[in-house]
Design a protein. Structure first.
Length: 394
């Protein structure tokens, strides 16, 4: 597809330019007025929600759903609706209620004070006004920019599925869509879940990452530049690159840990973790080498690489947050025991797993890079592997 032709079609008409100029001027007026009233110092943080909202409205405005059968529309609606629920959970719009958290038992008097709906007005424009709801079974924080952004992504995925059903394999184009669709999951996770939707205590880099990820996703789903004929190979290259990224991160962690153990005489736990990192990097390196040299078939290579990325992703959160393996296996023998109570403290008992996971990733940039790469690799390579297993069985 000619990118210049796409750019010319995306250029606004004079009337549209006037409308957008008026809207942006009004938004800037809102931000400046808020800064004056709240005596706040303006920054990029105050502009991020309007990037989300404006891009979302622009993308929906420019996208027209193709004709399709009622059955196809029903399937597209179900898939895109499920996608919205996943985004809503990871983005903090909807999460489990207090009954699912430890130490969240309330007396009837306390429940009357805690439970119910509230409109938060003191947030900056775009982040607020936020509608919050709290109950025993569900909690919700509807921040305007997240709600508008996720609804736009859902609509674009719906249109993508309808478009794919008319002239290409739904599975192939759906695979490419997953590349964009999965970006906001990690971005929302890194942003801290529901916490970011109702407070002004934020991490600027997390909001920047979320905004870049959202913009990239929106443009991918709007443009959809790859044809069905080459999308699978493109996804394989992306996925292999992501697995290579996580292998390099683990290699660097393992080598730095061994060097520290030699120089500073670090603990047995640090030494054991370093060896585990190096073993993982070696397994990935061996699988990548076998795949590229043809010693391993494409299908089995993709399956093994997907499995390695999935294992690394799951084990990180299992070891830091769940601790099932630690209680079932004698990890202390090799120095891999993990005192979760010491690391988290009792103050985290009331937090959801999502919030605790986001805190770990924000505190560990190397883990954030590795887990993001692993998550994306599982989505990309796993989708291609499933498609090729289906092709083989057909």
């Amino acid at each position: 597809m000619d990118i210049y032709a796409v750019a010319s079609r995306a250029a606004p008409s004079p009337f549209a330019g006037l409308v957008w100029g008026t809207v942006i001027a009004f938004q800037l007026l809102l931000v400046v007025s808020y800064a004056v009233i709240a005596d706040a110092q303006l920054g990029l943080f105050h502009l991020y929600p309007f990037v989300w909202i404006n891009l979302a409205v622009w993308a929906v405005w420019r996208t027209t759903p193709p004709r399709a059968s009622r059955r196809t529309k029903t399937i597209a609606g179900i898939l895109s609706g499920a996608y919205f629920l996943v985004l809503a959970y990871f983005g903090g719009l909807i999460q489990e209620g207090h009954a699912y958290h430890a130490h969240h038992e309330f007396t009837p008097e306390q429940a009357e004070f805690v439970y119910g709906a509230d409109l938060v007005l003191h947030l900056p424009p775009g982040y607020g006004p936020a509608l919050t709801y709290s109950s025993a079974t569900i909690t919700s924080a509807l921040s305007p920019y997240l709600l508008v952004g996720f609804l736009a992504l859902t609509y674009l995925l719906y249109v993508t599925i309808l478009d794919a059903s008319s002239d290409a394999s739904l599975g192939l184009v759906g695979l490419f869509s997953c590349v964009g669709c999965s970006f906001p999951l990690i971005a929302a996770l890194v942003s801290g879940g529901a916490t970011t939707a109702v407070t002004s205590m934020i991490y600027a880099q997390a909001y920047a990452l979320s905004t870049v990820a959202f913009a990239a996703t929106l443009l991918f789903l709007t443009w959809r530049p790859f044809e069905a004929a080459n999308v699978r190979q493109t996804l394989v290259r992306v996925g292999v690159g992501l697995v290579g990224v996580t292998a390099l991160v683990h290699l660097a962690l393992g080598l730095s840990g061994l060097l520290g153990a030699v120089v500073d005489g670090l603990t047995q736990a640090t030494l054991a973790r370093s060896i585990a990192y190096l073993l993982f990097a070696a397994f990935v390196g061996g699988a990548l080498t076998s795949y590229h040299t043809g010693r391993m078939s494409r299908l089995y290579g993709l399956t093994i690489l997907t499995a390695l990325a999935a294992v690394a992703f799951v084990l990180y959160f299992e070891w830091h947050l769940v601790g099932t393996l630690e209680s079932a296996l004698p990890l202390e023998v090799v120095g891999l025991e993990h005192d979760q109570a010491h690391e988290h403290g009792d103050s985290h008992d009331h937090d959801s797993v999502l919030v605790q996971a986001s805190e770990h990733l924000r505190a560990d940039p190397a883990a954030m890079v590795a887990k993001s790469a692993e998550f994306m690799a599982v989505i990309v390579l796993g989708s291609v592997a499933v498609q090729e297993w289906v092709d083989r069985l057909a």
